[in-house]
Design a protein around this ligand. Structure first.
Ligand code: URA
Length: 234
């Protein structure tokens, strides 16, 4: 049975309750009364809309030179979201992020802290391979950061992991240095919501600079600790 509104005050209270982010359900049966948004169906629909929006981007050198869109990989229900820079050759061929050499190292890094890749959600700053694997231009990073912010809002992760300086620049601006910013928890605010964020080195950088792996390992251990504190299942 649904709620019976007896007087004007009840109506006002109900309007108040439903005016914020949380949708309250009134019922006299034992149900989950707090329905958090977005729901699974909404999420899939929003992701599809975002994918279409990126597919329809105009005047983009990245799109014009790439084979296909590389949108994301993994579990869209995950509480952990990883963001890289952009697709390389293998990713461009296969339409999935992090499937080349950097992806192999990423998988090992995740395994080292007992995370199964299929349990997390992975995307990139730009969704088309930059010609000759060049770094995306600041104007491209800016343009795609609107999509990326939407992407983060839809996935709504508890932990966001930014891999490399391009991911850092896209969301925190270009005036900071990854060597100073990595390894500490930061708050990223998007649409009034705060996301707990760790900036760390990109696996492709670690393949070139093996001596930096010790810092990466320290960051990964912090991420594992936070996963345990927040009781996130991975
Ligand atoms: N490097 C990235 O940043 N992303 C990929 O998907 C592959 C390599």
């Amino acid at each position: 049975m649904t709620l019976n509104l007896k007087n004007q005050n009840d109506i006002l209270n109900l309007e108040n309750l439903n005016s914020n982010e949380i949708e309250y359900i009134f019922n006299d049966k034992p149900i989950n009364r707090l329905k958090t948004k977005p729901q699974l169906e909404d999420k899939k629909k929003l992701l599809l809309e975002l994918k279409n929006e990126i597919e329809n981007i105009d005047n983009c050198e990245l799109k014009n030179n790439a084979t296909q869109l590389v949108f994301a990989d993994g579990n869209s229900e995950s509480k952990i979201m990883v963001i890289g820079e952009g697709p390389g050759q293998k990713e461009d061929e296969r339409g999935r992020p992090f499937v080349g050499d950097a992806g192999v190292l990423l998988n090992k890094m995740l395994q080292a802290i007992q995370i199964k890749r299929s349990n997390i959600y992975i995307t990139n700053v730009v969704n088309y391979r930059p010609p000759n694997n060049r770094k995306p231009e600041p104007s491209e990073i800016n343009r795609y950061s609107n999509f990326l912010r939407k992407h983060i809002s839809i996935i709504d992760p508890k932990i966001l992991i930014l891999m490399g300086s391009t991911a850092m620049e896209s969301l925190f601006g270009s005036k900071i240095k990854i060597s100073k910013e990595r390894g500490v928890w930061k708050d990223l605010i998007i649409h009034n919501k705060t996301y707990l964020t760790m900036i760390t080195f990109h696996p492709a950088y670690l393949l070139r600079q093996a001596e930096q792996k010790k810092y990466s390992w320290a960051d990964l251990k912090q991420i594992r600790k936070k996963i345990d504190e927040l009781r996130i299942s991975v």
